[in-house]
Design a protein around this ligand. Structure first.
Ligand SMILES: *Cc1c(COP(=O)(O)O)cnc(C)c1O
Length: 243
């Protein structure tokens, strides 16, 4: 195939170039805020991106991926994992109880634990399989009714519950309200992680990652910044279907 000059479909070298630019930028911000750049990882959010483009990004060196929907990840990743065994896959979308078992088997990390019912079922699965993916709690720091995530006032109880069951809880994740300054949300989440001695902070997306890095993020989740704009979805992937 001849190389296309078209800008509309970013190829693997564009992906690699974007990662290199963001890495350089992270290096500068980390320097300003006395952080080690190695403690800030870049997740490629591959929702809506097909296997071929994901594989191109893997060939350019990317290993950490995030998917929103269990079903979509189940269609794309097992075949890729068979070839590239060191892929790390995180679930970053809302989790329904009836998808938990599948998510449990598919993902290395589930970032969206947000209610006691999921914890109960995770404990059962962990006891049955004698292993468990690493876990994060998603916090709905802006108390937005359409968004998943535990509300701030219920975070302490959820952390306590997970720790009492000895689940591998390692951090907190948030998606700040779209039309607010993200920084207060990031600062607050970082404080909570420190309070509960959790080392991972999944915060920052294409539109706000420099702020997240300044506030202590250890994991930025980038979709459009790496793969280009996604087609508009006809539904809100953050919305919870069930009450
Ligand atoms: C889609 C998504 C991202 C990536 O969004 P971009 O703005 O394209 O970087 C990050 N986190 C979550 C939870 C998402 O759903």
């Amino acid at each position: 195939m001849t190389e296309s000059k078209s800008k509309s479909k970013p190829e693997s070298h564009d992906f690699a170039k974007a990662v290199a630019q963001i890495r350089a930028e992270i290096g500068l911000i980390a320097g300003d805020y006395h952080r080690a750049p190695a403690n800030i990882r870049i997740m490629a959010v591959s929702k809506t991106i097909d296997q071929q483009r994901i594989e191109a990004s893997i060939k350019s060196g990317q290993r950490l991926f995030g998917e929103n929907r269990v079903q979509e990840a189940a269609q794309k990743f097992p075949a890729l994992r068979a070839i590239y065994s060191d892929i790390e896959l995180h679930l970053i979308g809302p989790l329904q109880s009836n998808k938990l078992k599948q998510a449990f088997q598919l993902f290395d990390m589930i970032e969206t634990i947000d209610r006691p019912k999921l914890v109960e079922e995770l404990v059962k699965l962990r006891d049955e399989y004698r292993h468990c993916p690493r876990l994060m709690i998603q916090v709905n720091s802006g108390r937005e009714p359409q968004k998943s995530g535990v509300w701030p006032e219920n975070l302490a109880d959820l952390v306590t519950l997970m720790k009492s069951h000895d689940l591998p809880l390692c951090g907190l994740m948030c998606v700040p309200p779209q039309h607010e300054m993200p920084t207060p949300h990031f600062i607050w989440l970082a404080k909570q992680a420190e309070l509960y001695q959790l080392t991972e902070l999944s915060m920052g997306m294409s539109g706000d990652y420099p702020y997240a890095v300044a506030c202590g993020s250890t994991l930025i989740r980038l979709g459009s910044k790496l793969f280009g704009e996604r087609p508009k979805l006809s539904f809100n992937p953050q919305a919870q279907n069930a009450p």
